[in-house]
Design a protein around this ligand. Structure first.
Ligand code: SF4
Length: 216
């Protein structure tokens, strides 16, 4: 039988409670001290683990402590600092270009709206959502492939397009829970609802997850 909108909301609320219970301290695993650092770290994290990013950023931030320093950086030097992360040549270009734009168009301050952030070179909605939620404390849903996959397994969306998943989840998850929810789902994906083999039999969300019920 098809789930009504209210049933879906009720199910989500049960899941939110369970996630709070099991992952009370879920938070951003990238290390940062300000919006500039989080923007840089998040751009670096594409196709790279957060741990790998956290290894390179201390030296990078020490060498380029502000947007102004990064805006003046030499490309080859930035590449050298980040060469152990994936697709580092593109990322190095983006770090410099986004810093120049922040310096020239936003007075040196990382902008705090989705519209402005996504105008920065190399910044898509996922990166912008991470910055909005974790550096500025604004409601946001950061959708990557893992988050999208788990939302589909849980029956909260059928979409594969990250922007459509984001839109549906923004409408469903209460604003004050959105940032924590993203971190909790990422934790759940790393530990239980793994990409290749979700451990549904031992999952504390199994009673509220259609994946298990339908056996899909
Ligand atoms: S029951 Fe399975 S598919 Fe659903 S959240 Fe748990 S591990 Fe993932």
């Amino acid at each position: 039988m098809r789930e009504s909108k209210q049933q879906k909301v009720d199910r989500l609320h049960r899941i939110l409670s369970l996630l709070d219970k099991h992952y009370p301290d879920a938070k951003c695993s990238l290390k940062f001290n300000n919006p500039y650092q989080l923007l840089i770290a998040t751009r670096l994290s594409a196709q790279t683990t957060d741990n790998r990013v956290n290894i390179v950023t201390p030296a990078l931030f020490a060498r380029y402590p502000t947007v102004y320093d990064m805006a003046e950086a030499r490309l080859e030097e930035v590449e050298e600092y980040i060469k152990t992360v994936g697709i580092y040549k593109n990322k190095a270009k983006d770090l410099i270009a986004m810093s120049r734009m922040i310096k020239e168009e936003y007075g040196g301050e990382v902008p705090d709206t989705m519209e402005e952030l996504t105008k920065l070179p190399g910044v898509g909605r996922k990166t912008a959502s991470v910055v909005l939620g974790n550096a500025f404390g604004k409601p946001a849903i950061a959708v990557d492939t893992h988050f999208g996959r788990i939302m589909r397994r849980m029956g909260f969306t059928r979409h594969k397009d990250p922007e459509k998943v984001e839109k549906e989840m923004l409408a469903l998850v209460p604003p004050e829970k959105q940032v924590d929810f993203c971190h909790q789902i990422i934790n759940h994906g790393r530990t239980v609802c793994k990409s290749a083999k979700p451990d549904c039999l031992h999952c504390f969300l199994s009673e509220d997850c259609p994946k298990l019920i339908s056996g899909k």
